[in-house]
Design a binder for this molecule. Structure first.
Ligand SMILES: Cc1cc2nc3c(=O)[nH]c(=O)nc-3n(C[C@H](O)[C@H](O)[C@H](O)COP(=O)(O)OP(=O)(O)OC[C@H]3O[C@@H](n4cnc5c(N)ncnc54)[C@H](O)[C@@H]3O)c2cc1C
Length: 396
């Protein structure tokens, strides 16, 4: 792979960086935006929606979406540039990211012309913010065992059941929902995918609060919810194939991206924070831990680039998706562990201190890092995929 930008890519990078410098409001910025990807309150959510509208008006949303659907039609390298510059600016995760990264591409692939016309511009513009109604209390890793029912009533379905861990459902306008439409068919062949407005009578959203105190996700209950058949996405009973499209996009985006900045910050802190009477950095074990994290972070970067190279050559996605998801999320946990070792009691209080002015960041890291090893497919599931599909090991 050629690491130099072409003149066109360089111009794209310059233009985006300059635009962000001129337009991104400082009070929207965050150290670890992924931890706050669902806004902590409605006011912040609405300000981020306004920010997405500003970005969209300037042509910076939906970079790789085809131009015919309102995107920029840019290539994968531009997308990487976009992600890197956006992260470097400490900009907030766009409130419509579920729609932009998962639901929109799935509608582009499976949707009717009417569904595309109805939803795609609204997703880009943050008029429609989406949530993902896949997991259930007894259907997470084993998603195909989901039990929410959608019963055919002629021109509509009636939905009953429960979803759980639904990120951002309390702000979302729409939900992409998996429900069982044929209970007699084999598990993977009796599921359909429905697009449902969250304002439909019979939908109740109950908060689930993370141990950080952040209201990130919810339980969502469906009681006799009427969904017109025009809201079916893809063929009836083929929802598993539709969901696979969504999950493919989700895994690609998972794993965490702010590791480099976190490690750099920890290294700076290690030079100031005392351990046994001298700066942590003066202890060989502390340097060893930090340098190992930096090495692993570089290795992850090159694995990501290898994955990109395959895609640029037009090859099918390789095992890197699972490897990136697994190593990225596990590295996040190890960074949190090292932060705990180095900063000691400072990670236990959600308060800035003289020694560690950004102590709340590390408090949050220690409590929040584990979530990335669960969402978008747990570490054990990724290991199963790598073991079976990459190494050719027998099924466990
Ligand atoms: C931050 C966060 C956000 C999320 N957002 C959403 C969302 O917006 N929408 C949505 O639908 N879902 C969402 N989820 C749910 C997520 O998809 C599930 O938590 C995940 O798929 C795991 O399912 P589960 O929680 O039911 O755990 P289970 O599947 O019950 O797993 C429990 C444990 O058993 C292990 N295990 C299970 N099966 C196997 C196996 N075959 N081999 C080895 N080990 C196994 C798992 O690795 C895990 O350690 C979110 C989760 C998190 C943490």
């Amino acid at each position: 792979m050629d690491f130099e930008y072409s003149p066109v890519q360089h111009a794209f990078y310059r233009e985006f960086r300059d635009w962000l410098t001129a337009n991104l409001p400082a009070d929207l910025c965050l150290d670890d935006p992924a931890d706050d990807r669902v806004a902590s309150d409605r006011e912040t959510f609405e300000r981020r929606r306004a920010w997405q509208k500003t970005m969209h008006a300037a042509g910076w949303v939906g970079i790789t979406w085809p131009k015919e659907y309102g995107g920029r039609g840019a290539g994968l390298i531009e997308r990487v540039i976009w992600e890197e510059e956006y992260a470097a600016a400490r900009a907030p995760v766009l409130p419509g990211s579920m729609g932009l990264n998962l639901v929109g591409p799935t509608i582009i692939h499976w949707g009717t012309d009417e569904q595309k016309r109805r939803h795609l511009p609204a997703i880009l513009n943050a008029d429609e913010v989406w949530c993902q109604g896949f997991s259930e209390p007894n259907a997470g890793s084993d998603l195909a065992s989901l039990r929410t029912r959608a019963v055919d009533q002629g021109d509509h379905y009636v939905v009953n059941g429960q979803k759980v861990w639904t990120s951002g459902a309390h702000f979302a306008h729409w939900i992409i929902l998996l429900a069982r439409t044929n209970p007699d068919a084999p598990r993977h062949q009796g599921i359909s995918c429905l697009l449902v407005p969250m304002t439909t009578p019979g939908i109740a959203v109950r908060p689930l609060v993370l141990m950080t105190g952040h209201h990130h996700f919810n339980e969502v209950f469906f009681t006799d919810v009427v969904v017109p058949k025009t809201n079916l996405l893809g063929p009836v009973n083929q929802g598993w194939r539709v969901a696979t499209t969504t999950l493919m996009y989700e895994r690609h985006a998972a794993g965490g991206r702010s590791h480099t900045a976190q490690i750099a910050r920890l290294m700076a802190l290690a030079r100031r924070v005392p351990v046994d009477g001298r700066p942590a950095w003066e202890h060989p074990w502390a340097r060893q831990r930090l340098v190992q994290l930096a090495i692993d972070c570089e290795a992850l970067k090159y694995t990501r680039l290898r994955s990109l190279t395959r895609q640029l050559r037009g090859e099918p996605p390789g095992p890197e998706g699972s490897i990136l998801k697994l190593t990225g999320s596990e590295l996040g946990v190890r960074i949190a562990d090292v932060a705990g070792e180095l900063l000691g009691m400072h990670v236990l209080v959600n308060q800035p201190s003289d020694v560690v002015p950004d102590a709340p960041r590390w408090f949050n890291r220690v409590l929040a890092a584990r979530q990335y090893t669960i969402s978008a497919g747990t570490s054990e599931i990724q290991r199963n995929i790598i073991g079976e599909r990459v190494l050719g090991l027998p099924k466990g």
